[in-house]
Design a protein around this ligand. Structure first.
Ligand code: CA
Length: 219
């Protein structure tokens, strides 16, 4: 799952990115409103974390522009502690949730998980696919109850397919959701990740739809 983080405080950016990376998500960072606007309009994010107080263009105006151009990506806004009117404006502008600064990292992580779950119709933070279980709270995977060691990219592929189970996902779509903006995107390497996942988690977990993509069946 790929997240856009629009935030101008470098230290906070670093902390949030680290937190989300640890759960197997890829994160693009925008440090001002103009970059945020552009990335949100052109890249297919699974969700966006948007600071309201951004330089160059404020978060509310960025959000309004996205919504008026039909971008439905879920957005969590970050607001100042005493910014109740910002929260009202943000929610009315199309935000799905908010966090008040300063916040505790585990709470942000939980809200991100909840939004991503809602987005994909999952109700449980633990996704069961037969004997394979993915815990989205920490990116850990077990097979028959035994922890399996996966690389960050393998977790990213598994997580995207799992969140979208029952739907055929093309290699292009997968590569758009598992690499960062400046990442070295190569849709051919997706086949390599899938092969490794099958070796580690069993050959029948991921179905190949020849010439079109991959799918994990809805359990
Ligand atoms: Ca700010």
């Amino acid at each position: 799952m790929r997240v856009l983080l629009a935030e101008d405080e470098p230290h906070l950016c670093e902390q949030v990115k680290k937190l989300l990376n640890a759960e197997g998500r890829v994160v693009d960072v925008a440090h001002n409103g103009m970059d945020a606007l552009h990335l949100g309009e052109t890249e297919p994010y699974d969700m966006i974390i948007l600071d309201i107080g951004l330089p160059e263009r404020d978060g509310i105006s960025v959000l309004r522009t996205w919504r008026s151009s039909g971008i439905k990506t879920p957005v969590l806004i970050l607001t100042a502690r005493d910014g109740w009117s910002e929260r009202v404006d943000g929610l009315d502008a199309g935000a799905d949730d908010y966090m008040t600064k300063p916040f505790h990292m585990p709470e942000l992580a939980a809200r991100v998980r909840a939004i991503l779950r809602r987005q994909s119709g999952q109700v449980n933070p633990v996704i069961e696919m037969g004997e394979v279980i993915l815990d989205t709270r920490n990116g850990r995977v077990t097979l028959h109850g035994i922890p399996v060691d996966l690389t960050a990219q393998e977790i990213a592929v598994l997580s995207y397919l799992a969140h979208n189970s029952g739907r055929m996902i093309s290699r292009t779509e997968l590569s758009e959701h598992i690499y960062e903006y400046d990442g070295d995107r190569d849709s051919n390497t997706i086949a390599v990740f899938v092969t490794r996942l099958r070796k580690k988690l069993g050959s029948d977990l991921i179905t190949t739809i020849r010439g079109r993509g991959y799918m994990i069946d809805t359990i």
